[in-house]
Design a protein around this ligand. Structure first.
Ligand SMILES: [Zn+2]
Length: 293
């Protein structure tokens, strides 16, 4: 416990995400969160791994048509790099709905090695278990990680337009509050790489649907484009997380930066998936002097 900052000091101003590269693998991570709280948050990119075109090269998802063995190899290599146990990685089915699953011991490791094993019907996961990495997969949808650093509770959501519209972010926060009696005011949040308002052109019907729900946020809906990360930011704030405690990745529109990120739109549909990974690290193995792991 000696490595953790005292509870009195809740200054998270240096907890922002930076792009780090190790073993040819690039990912965004909060080094201070790991060093000071023993909690890992990472958003991977295409860089790293062994997958071939069109999944080149760090594809971490099993449902996209890539070679199963290579995806498992990619997951294992990433977990070695991050100091995680790949067999405990817990994944959700990701059905573009708004259900949140609490990961307890009985479902830890679900989906680590098989697509069918992922937590059924869930688009968000919450846990306080140590050494159980949560992982969701993305190629344009918005990855959101929420952390309550004092009680070491983590939540992660898959927020595409359906999830944003159906309040997946708020549901995830509520589930953390209900399950563990924690407060949004003590949480911090991370928004990973996703398609930005610059590139996400949608139909008239969808613009109308969002204009109705976010009637006070119309400036984010102009020009036939939807700014999902901005709406997620708004939802996090509305749920009670302070603006100064919400961190996103610089310059990370998946479609604009298609060389660095998988983008469903940018790649014309057939492509790999980057991952959001979060884990409560065991305090007993906690090494504050290490870099990525
Ligand atoms: Zn863009």
């Amino acid at each position: 416990m000696g490595y953790l900052r005292g509870d009195k000091n809740d200054d998270y101003s240096d907890y922002g995400l930076t792009l780090e590269t190790a073993d040819e693998t690039s990912l965004y991570t909060s080094k201070a969160l790991r060093a000071e709280r023993g909690i890992l948050v990472a958003f991977t990119t295409r860089e790293g791994g062994y997958s071939r075109t069109p999944y080149d090269s760090l594809n971490l998802a099993l449902h996209v048509g890539d070679d199963h063995a290579v995806v498992i190899q990619n997951r294992e290599a990433l977990c070695v790099l991050l100091g995680l146990d790949a067999s405990r990685m817990t994944c959700a089915e990701q059905v573009h709905e708004n259900k949140v699953a609490v990961v307890n011991e009985s479902i830890a490791g679900s989906g680590a090695v098989s697509l069918g094993g992922a937590v059924r019907g869930a688009d968000a996961l919450v846990t306080n278990l140590e050494a159980v990495p949560l992982a969701l997969f993305f190629a344009d949808c918005v990855p959101v990680v929420i952390v309550e650093p004092r009680h070491r509770i983590i939540g992660m959501a898959h927020a595409g337009w359906r999830g944003v519209h159906a309040d997946i972010v708020e549901n995830t926060i509520n589930r953390m509050v209900e399950d563990r009696a924690v407060e949004p005011a003590d949480m911090i949040a991370f928004i990973g790489p996703s398609i930005g308002g610059c590139c996400y052109r949608v139909g008239e019907d969808l613009i109308k649907k969002f204009a109705e729900k976010f009637s006070d946020k119309e400036h984010r809906l102009h020009g036939g484009k939807l700014d999902l990360p901005a709406l997620v930011y708004y939802q996090l704030e509305k749920a009670g997380i302070e603006r100064a405690r919400i961190f996103s990745c610089e310059d990370s529109c998946t479609s604009c930066r298609n060389e660095l990120f998988f983008s469903y739109r940018g790649d014309g549909g057939v492509t790999g998936r980057q991952a959001a990974i979060a884990a409560v690290l065991p305090l007993k193995d906690f090494d504050p002097t290490s870099d990525l792991r």
